[in-house]
Design a protein around this ligand. Structure first.
Ligand SMILES: C[S@@+](CC[C@H](N)C(=O)[O-])C[C@H]1O[C@@H](n2cnc3c(N)ncnc32)[C@H](O)[C@@H]1O
Length: 328
């Protein structure tokens, strides 16, 4: 589903960037600076959210520039439709489908791609979305509520073994077995788990040693969210697509919020850096023809102390940037 906006603003500047409603954009300037925005370039924001990064990118584009934004959340799409700018398109899509979205718009190559992973504050803070143990609401957790199974539907059918794996691998929860057992027992006792409050209570009852300052349900909720939204699969799929889509010297900037995501990004960039070019002294075969690859730009960037103080949700953010090389 695509929405192109109508009229272009006469001109826009950084000072005219309006704050993203109810979501404080993390590493705003660091991420957009990293893209090296060219006035006439074509850019992709794969995670529009409330548009904080998108608005800053737009403010740096000239009249020939272009920004294509994606989000899998319909509330984000509704918000994006308030941007009236002919240089801007928004698509309701998963970023793993970025190539198809761009193809539909006649775009084959871009100058920069931004991914600000994870969930937005409105998603967490609206109890109805079912992401948070802080509010009682339906146990949904889908970023894209137009498709897929809710967390409640998964919990009704998932095997205990798979549940242990999800909670252990995606939540890094050392009491994964106990939590999974408690969830399955609830099911066996004939009680469907349909609300966040119910799940938080079951998890709290299964964990006997709580980390200081952390709600016992934190890790289980993170695990289910990652699983329901296939977040790591999405990321693994989109990274090679980004490399294919970037023009020479085009930049990829990714902000991760936990070590599972960051590890995937870091390893992908590292594997690109380690990829051999032409083997010296050997006859050239088709598969040996040098391919463009990514090289890391600078070190990983974390939010400043001032940013973390102003927005505690930024505390675990890590920005990694890579640039596409030439084929030479
Ligand atoms: C952290 S927020 C982005 C905030 C945004 N940069 C801003 O400044 O307002 C992440 C957004 O990415 C979206 N998202 C996460 N994974 C996605 C995926 N695989 N495909 C498309 N959108 C995704 C979420 O729905 C959410 O709106």
């Amino acid at each position: 589903m695509m929405a192109g906006a109508k009229s272009a603003p006469a001109s826009s500047t950084e000072t005219s960037v309006s704050p993203a409603a109810s979501h404080i954009t993390v590493l705003l300037h660091e991420a957009v600076d990293a893209l090296n925005v060219r006035a006439d370039g074509v850019y992709v924001d794969g995670t529009f959210g409330r548009g904080g990064h998108s608005r800053l990118i737009l403010s740096r584009l000239g009249s020939q520039g272009r920004l294509i934004a994606l989000d899998r959340d319909l509330a984000a799409i509704a918000h994006a439709k308030s941007i009236s700018d002919t240089r801007f398109n928004i698509a309701h899509a998963h970023f793993s489908g970025m190539t198809e979205v761009l193809a539909e718009l006649g775009v084959e190559a871009v100058d920069g791609i931004l991914l600000d992973l994870g969930i937005s504050s409105p998603q967490i803070d609206e109890g109805e979305r079912g992401f948070s143990f802080r509010f009682d609401g339906p146990l949904d957790m889908r970023m894209d509520q137009s498709r897929g199974k809710t967390a409640a539907e998964w919990l009704a059918t998932i095997s205990e073994k798979q549940l242990v794996e999800v909670i252990r691998d995606y939540g890094e929860e050392r009491f994964a077995k106990q939590v999974a057992r408690a969830i399955v027992k609830e099911r066996e006792d004939g009680h469907a788990i349909t609300t966040t409050g119910q799940l938080a209570k079951i998890v709290a009852g299964a964990i006997h040693k709580v980390e200081p300052g952390q709600n016992p349900a934190t890790r289980t909720f993170q695990a289910l969210r990652i699983f329901v939204n296939q977040e790591l699969e999405e990321l693994s799929l989109v990274l090679p697509d980004c490399l294919r889509l970037l023009r020479e010297r085009g930049r990829l900037a990714v902000i991760s919020f936990h070590s599972l995501e960051d590890r995937i990004v870091k390893r992908f960039i590292q594997s690109e850096m380690d990829r051999d070019n032409l083997p010296a002294g050997l006859p050239v075969r088709a598969k040996d023809i040098p391919q463009p690859r990514l090289i890391s730009v600078g070190k990983a960037t974390k939010p400043s102390q001032a940013e973390v103080s102003a927005n505690v949700r930024s505390r675990s953010a890590v920005l990694r940037v890579a640039e596409r090389t030439s084929v030479q």
